[in-house]
Design a protein around this ligand. Structure first.
Ligand code: ADP
Ligand code: MG
Length: 285
């Protein structure tokens, strides 16, 4: 059994709108009673259609938002009782959708050094951390480049290096590939999977691409602010009707396998890739 890094209990988040006289005019319950344990070292994907509450949920994991009700316990500490929130945010950094919004400097290495510099870390240590972080994301050759000249995928990897330089325990990503081309998406996914496996960093990744969750440990599906499915990718992908009920677009190969099964072809459950489908079909006699 792995350690629980983040323990979420009955989490509710309401956005409230007030008029000019401070009267409450509208309440939007974006997260509606989420309970979840995120194990240290695991890779958890949060899926859901637009407006299902994913971003609101994720922002509670490093205290960018505070609960309306319920609790978030990060590594044994209730986030509502942590006085210095930067301590939490260095342990759980967040990558957002638009890579341009998180670039701070004109030189890649300065950008990556920004976090540790703010933590007051000695400069030799910063140099070592920046070198390590750039190497880990495969961007060491761009150390002295201008981030603005990089592709979207490279910019996201620089953003990830910036978090790495703070030695995080957890990386939170809110649709990190949504604005990238297919190559950029692959680069970013490969990078975070390596960090998860090799550096044992916990990853929570929000996405609405089902294709991106094939290799993760656990998939949580949200709808209307609630967790409506929770399981391994194979378990989730074997329930196509339920995914569709929650407005998820299902990968073609998964859907094809499902259609074939309905036609009476004895395919195993949980086929996620073309290779797996071909192999399963070849095994039939
Ligand atoms: P997702 O990331 O899954 O698209 P969000 O967490 O962004 O979902 O939004 C969940 C719900 O909360 C949506 O109905 C959205 O319109 C609403 N919402 C999000 N941010 C705000 C905000 N700052 N103020 C009011 N309502 C919001
Ligand atoms: Mg969102």
């Amino acid at each position: 059994m792995r350690n629980i890094l983040i323990k979420i209990r009955d989490l509710v988040h309401e956005y409230r709108e007030y008029d000019e006289n401070d009267n409450l005019v509208k309440t939007m319950r974006a997260v509606d009673g989420v309970t979840l344990d995120i194990e240290e070292g695991s890779f958890v994907a949060v899926l859901g259609h637009n407006g299902s509450g994913k971003s609101t949920f994720a922002k509670h994991l490093n205290a960018l938002l505070m609960p309306t009700e319920g609790t978030v316990i990060f590594s044994g500490r209730d986030v509502q009782e942590i006085e210095n929130l930067w301590e939490l945010r260095k342990e759980a950094g967040m990558i957002f959708q638009n890579p341009d919004n998180q670039i701070i400097s004109n030189v890649v290495e300065e950008d990556v050094a920004f976090g540790p510099e703010n933590l007051g870390i000695p400069s030799e240590e910063i140099i070592a951390r920046v070198a390590f972080a750039l190497q880990r994301v495969g961007m060491e050759a761009y150390r002295l480049s201008s981030p603005n000249k990089l592709s979207g995928g490279q910019k996201q990897r620089i953003g990830i290096a910036g978090l790495l330089a703070m030695k995080p325990r957890c990386i939170l990503m809110d649709e990190p590939t949504a604005m990238l081309d297919p190559e950029g998406r692959r680069e970013v996914l490969r990078t975070v999977h390596e960090l998860n496996r090799q550096e044992k960093i916990t990853v929570v990744m929000i996405t609405h691409y089902l294709e991106e969750v094939v290799d993760v440990d656990r998939v949580v599906v949200m709808d209307h602010g609630k967790i409506v499915m929770d399981g391994t990718p194979k378990e989730i992908f074997s329930r196509i009707d339920k995914l569709k009920e929650h407005h998820m677009r299902v990968p073609q190969v998964v859907e094809l396998a499902d259609e074939l099964r309905k036609e009476g072809i004895a395919l195993p459950e949980g086929i996620l890739t073309v290779d797996e489908l071909v192999e399963a079909l070849c095994r039939l006699r």
